[in-house]
Design a protein around this ligand. Structure first.
Ligand SMILES: *Cc1c(COP(=O)(O)O)cnc(C)c1O
Length: 389
């Protein structure tokens, strides 16, 4: 039993041809082990060509700055948007804490907005209600809006952008889980003012740890780079007129990223194909609902596959199912606990409609990564079927 393979949610996976090692070796051979260097620029260019290409042939002109983490990318975008002490920033409640924590790093207050049931992401109507209510209560507009592409699912981002434009509030898309997700033929993260990518170990692609910020233009990217590298003014000595950060991606991590970009399409194809396998395998299981895109023009990367369990119909609840899967060597995990339920955010204003609370009480993430084989998927499906009471 000890060496029995465990099926994990989403494990990092390197290219079979070792492209990552080639880029890292090049960095060592040329002594480019310091931050900055050809891999960082090369990785940024790879990312730009990936995100700027739209299905209808349009080419965008967004710039990418590679950083040490997705969390750092969110933080720097807030800095660039001028978020500071006493400000409020609207953030999707149903997300990982990293979406909201940088708001607090800036001395600002997150205001949480619940999800709508189709995409599980920010509800555009509730967003507008929240903005109106914040203006009524504080006399000021929120400084930014952070929608999230949870589990790689698109949001109703056109509707969110429409509200944001009407109130002239910038949008920072948290696409950390949505690398390569498309909405109406456009890569998410390129629709708002800034977009966040993450290359943590369990994300769609990895640099062991890292992230990037999609910026609207060259000027904005230069400003982000300035803050990411300790805000050094152009003097021969070190002159500082702003508070900076040490958030740049290293040349070694970027080398892994360049290698990963050679297989990113395969990774996404694997996750999307898993949707069909789960959909087929779970179609006739009463009480299990697979979460899929609610609209045809939404193309999730399906980073993690998620199901909701109706205990009335299925006979056991999501947590009992989680334990049964665990005993069969299969990792599954409850959905993100909404931020408005987190003890650390108990005093933050929240606009809720029950959607994320209900999902949290019913949902599970299932394995989907490139290391999950067809036999693994078959075992996961048969274990779920066998668990039904
Ligand atoms: C992973 C993640 C982040 C943070 O990215 P890191 O690279 O781990 O700092 C932010 N938001 C969401 C929704 C995430 O899942």
């Amino acid at each position: 039993m000890a060496d029995k393979k465990r099926i994990l949610l989403c494990l990092a996976h390197m290219s079979e041809t070792g492209e990552e090692m080639k880029f890292i070796k090049e960095a060592f051979d040329t002594n480019w082990v310091v931050p900055l260097g050809p891999n960082v620029n090369g990785f940024e260019q790879d990312l730009e060509s990936f995100i700027n290409h739209c299905d209808d042939g349009r080419t965008l002109d967004k710039k990418v700055v590679a950083l040490s983490a997705g969390t750092a990318a969110i933080h720097l975008a807030l800095v660039a948007l001028g978020v500071g002490a006493g400000d409020e920033v609207i953030c999707q409640s149903f997300t990982f804490a990293a979406s909201a924590n940088p708001v607090v790093y800036q001395g600002a207050t997150p205001v949480f907005v619940d999800s709508e049931p189709g995409t599980w992401n920010m509800d555009p109507n509730l967003l507008e209600e929240a903005i109106k209510d914040r203006i009524a209560k504080t006399g000021r507009k929120p400084k930014a809006i952070i929608p999230v592409y949870l589990y790689g699912m698109p949001a109703y981002i056109d509707e969110i952008m429409d509200v944001a434009r009407r109130y002239e509030i910038p949008v920072l898309e948290d696409a950390a889980e949505g690398f390569g997700t498309r909405y109406r033929g456009q890569v998410v993260g390129t629709i708002g003012d800034y977009g966040v990518m993450s290359f943590n170990g369990n994300k769609m692609i990895t640099t062991s740890g890292g992230g990037a910020l999609i910026c609207p233009n060259e000027e904005a990217a230069k400003r982000i780079l300035f803050f990411a590298t300790q805000a050094r003014e152009p003097f021969p000595y070190y002159q500082h007129e702003h508070i900076g950060f040490n958030y740049r991606m290293s040349n070694i991590c970027a080398g892994i990223g360049r290698g990963q970009m050679t297989i990113v399409d395969e990774h996404i194809a694997h996750h999307v194909r898993a949707r069909d396998i789960y959909a087929q395998g779970l179609a006739d299981v009463d009480g299990i609902t697979l979460h899929v895109a609610p609209e045809d023009d939404m193309e999730p990367n399906y980073w993690l596959h998620t199901v909701t369990v109706d205990p009335e119909k299925f006979g056991i609840d999501y947590d009992q199912l989680r334990i049964i899967l665990d005993e069969a060597g299969i990792e599954s995990r409850p959905l993100w606990k909404p931020m408005h339920l987190q003890p650390v955010y108990k005093d933050a204003p929240a606009y809720v409609n029950g959607v994320s609370e209900k999902l949290f009480a019913r949902g599970l993430c299932l394995p989907s990564g490139p290391m999950v084989t067809d036999e693994d998927f078959a075992l996961i499906i048969s274990t779920i079927k066998g668990a039904k009471k």
